[in-house]
Write a protein that binds this ligand. Structure first.
Ligand code: NAP
Length: 255
């Protein structure tokens, strides 16, 4: 992809799944990368796994906590010198019927998936504007931010919020030369989905899900989404702004 060599990329939630694949892709494109996650052991494992692919560092910070996000930003700037690209990726999910969701569970989902996206996006936005630098922010929503999959009311609400957060960021940050776009993946095979599928007791969850819902007939891979992160961060997407990119094997096209 054009224009990525030497870019300094912060990948939140870069210790696992899609974020880990994105960090690797950015390294392969010649970027320098800082990955963050919640669990320090996981972050260390990810940094060790990524090191053969390029210049990478990382740290553990909770994206839902303001003080952690300030520390995350400081650590990324200390390691990279500055941040040019944010893959605003950290998130959580679990299934729960709407009628059973407690206010505490609702708050937890929103705190990580929406508040966290806001806090990290704002920190990087302020950093870019203060430097007078052009930059790119790619927020992580989901097909669940566009349509209402059952048993995910809290997750769907958080991801729908991310979509409009991203559009508003695009409206306000475009004048500073900062491009903002949003990814909407469908079913991607990651540790997150493995844990959700593992909690299901009826049949082969993934096989049935793919057969019923995904026209391309396979699960998405973390690398499919990593490629979309790289495209949106690159100069090949220089006029793509305020948009959402769906990566779902055709799932949203099914009636
Ligand atoms: P994953 O493998 O579970 O990775 C989630 C990442 O987020 C991990 O690095 C995790 O760190 C980090 N994280 C979780 N809570 C955090 C917190 N409070 N503070 C900081 N970091 C935190 O999940 P994934 O499937 O790759 O999902 C990544 C993103 O894609 C999420 O936003 C998810 O909603 C979105 N997405 C996924 C799919 C899918 O089908 N998998 C589809 C659409 C959208 P630790 O490992 O240290 O906990």
């Amino acid at each position: 992809m054009r224009g990525l060599i030497g870019k300094r990329v912060l990948v939140s939630g870069g210790s696992s799944g899609i974020g880990l694949a994105a960090a690797r892709r950015f390294l392969e494109e010649g970027c320098r990368v800082f990955v963050s996650g919640l669990d320090p052991t996981e972050v260390e494992r990810a940094v060790n796994e990524l090191r053969p692919h390029g210049d990478v560092a990382g740290g553990a910070f909770d994206v839902s906590r303001e003080s952690d996000v300030a520390a995350l930003m400081a650590a990324a700037v200390r390691e990279l010198g500055a941040v040019d690209v944010l893959a605003n990726n950290a998130g959580i999910a679990w299934r729960e019927p709407f009628l059973e969701i407690t206010p505490e569970h609702f708050d937890k989902m929103l705190a990580v998936n929406l508040r966290g996206m806001f806090l990290v996006g704002q920190a990087v936005g302020r950093h870019l504007v203060a430097r007078g630098a052009a930059g790119v922010i790619v927020n992580m929503s989901s097909t669940n931010g566009i349509a209402g999959e059952e048993d995910y009311a809290h997750y769907n609400a958080s991801k729908g919020g991310v979509l409009l957060l991203g559009k508003t960021m695009a409206v306000e940050l475009g004048r500073h030369g900062i491009r903002v776009n949003t990814l909407c993946p469908g079913y991607i095979r990651t540790p997150l989905n493995a844990s959700i599928a593992g909690a299901m007791t009826d049949g082969d969850f993934e096989t049935d899900y793919i057969k019923d819902r995904i026209p391309l007939g396979r699960a998405g891979l973390a690398e499919d989404v990593a490629a979309a992160y790289a495209f949106l961060a690159s100069d090949d997407a220089s006029f793509v702004h305020g948009a959402e990119l769906v990566i779902d094997g055709g799932q949203l096209a099914v009636m």
